[in-house]
Design a protein around this ligand. Structure first.
Ligand SMILES: [Zn+2]
Length: 236
């Protein structure tokens, strides 16, 4: 009986391994999809920020050109100052120069504001790029790991199932049917350990006398609360 209990416990370990691998098989492709989406979103964010920076720089270059035009205009007006005949004309030209200078001041202020904003955005853009690069590397490693795992998972599952079925043949009909029934009803967990008098399947206390019996592993004992089969393993 002790050997049979040990065997059914080993079957359970394989069963848990199968469940674990089936979960991975289900979750793996979703994780990969999620990571691809994350990178795609980071790329879009970076592109958006770059477009705003480009737009601001274009605007700055246009303002700088305007500045040049305005400065040329002042030079031309100043040249005319020597040619005018009347004071009225002279005053009119001075007024024009003054207005052009005001225009220049305003444009220069605009350029400074544009440069400040561009500088801030560039810092932000750099940090987005840095974060993207870091995530790209991390995701590549994780994706490779998952893809490798998924590539072998069917073969792994097949092997573990074969081992499980083989071991199941080595136990009595009573234990096998109890086991299979519990696997069905107890979400894949049929054989459990007991630690400090607590069932590790349902976490209920079991009577001290029963616990002593369980530690002997010499007969089929099931949990009074969850009906799972007990197999005692020390120090787990
Ligand atoms: Zn229990």
């Amino acid at each position: 009986m002790e050997q049979e209990l040990k065997t059914i416990y080993e079957v359970q370990l394989l069963e848990s391994n199968i469940i674990n691998n089936e979960k991975k098989k289900l979750i793996g492709p979703k994780k990969i999809e999620e990571m691809d989406r994350e990178l795609e979103e980071l790329k879009k964010k970076a592109e958006k920020e770059k477009a705003v920076i480009d737009e601001l720089e274009k605007e700055r270059r246009k303002k700088e050109k305007d500045l040049g035009v305005e400065k040329d205009r002042i030079k031309k007006i100043e040249a005319k100052l020597y040619e005018v005949k009347t004071n009225k004309e002279y005053q009119a030209l001075l007024k024009e120069i003054e207005m052009a200078k005001e225009e220049i001041d305003k444009t220069e202020e605009d350029i400074i504001i544009l440069m400040d904003r561009t500088e801030d955005l560039k810092k932000e853009y750099d940090s987005v790029l840095e974060h993207m690069k870091k995530r790209e590397n991390e995701i590549k490693v994780e994706k490779d790991r998952l893809l490798n795992e998924l590539a072998n998972i069917d073969k792994t599952l097949e092997e573990i199932k074969k081992q499980r079925d083989q071991l199941l043949k080595n136990v009595s009909e009573e234990i096998r049917s109890t086991y299979l029934n519990l696997i069905e009803k107890r979400e894949g967990l049929a054989v459990v350990n007991v630690k400090n008098g607590v069932c590790l399947g349902c976490y209920m206390n079991i009577p001290p006398q029963l616990f002593i019996e369980v530690t002997k592993n010499n007969r089929l004992i099931t949990c009074p609360s969850c009906n799972r089969i007990f197999y005692f393993v020390e120090d787990i």
